[in-house]
Design a protein around this ligand. Sequence first.
Ligand SMILES: C[S@@+](CC[C@H](N)C(=O)[O-])C[C@H]1O[C@@H](n2cnc3c(N)ncnc32)[C@H](O)[C@@H]1O
Length: 177
Amino acid sequence: MAQRLAPEHRVLELGCGTGTTALRLASGVAEYVATDVSAEMIAIAREKAEGAGLPQLTFEVAPAEATPGPEGRFDVALAFNLLHLVKARGALLQAAHRGLKPGGLFISKTPCLKEMNPLIRAVIPLMQAVGKAPYVAVFDAAELEDELTASGFAIVERARHGSGRQDPRPYLVAAKI
Ligand SMILES: C[S@@+](CC[C@H](N)C(=O)[O-])C[C@H]1O[C@@H](n2cnc3c(N)ncnc32)[C@H](O)[C@@H]1O
């Protein structure tokens, strides 16, 4: 996906966790804003970025349902391993759409639980009941694509990276219409 980024790009990463992806990609773009709802994750990310010499990279504590800055600020928005964890997915997609320039790209890779072993789906409520699992949405790739389309995006690339192309975490690139 790094091939989708250009030196002049302003990039927003949602749900960045401890910043691993941000640290790999930020050197190739003009601005990289990485956000996460967890202050603990952002604290670790900032620590990891110290001394990395990436002045274009900033980390912010923010919910993915609200993109920072003015409308049309970003060329690319990234969401890896995030969409299945967000209840207000529609709000997230609308916020990402708002934050992107026309033609800007929303790039995601998302576990689609509907495509996984049903045993996993059976175990999750049990883990949630004892506080060991977060909210997890169950959908498949077709439903996710429909949500993106309904939010004003057009799918421009879809891929499965697992062995035998069976990966239940589809990689999707969607352009803001
Ligand atoms: C499974 S981790 C993925 C981290 C990183 N994107 C990666 O692929 O390694 C999910 C991250 O999403 C964050 N998260 C969950 N719900 C969120 C929300 N509504 N807004 C922003 N971040 C959220 C969590 O705090 C966590 O850091």
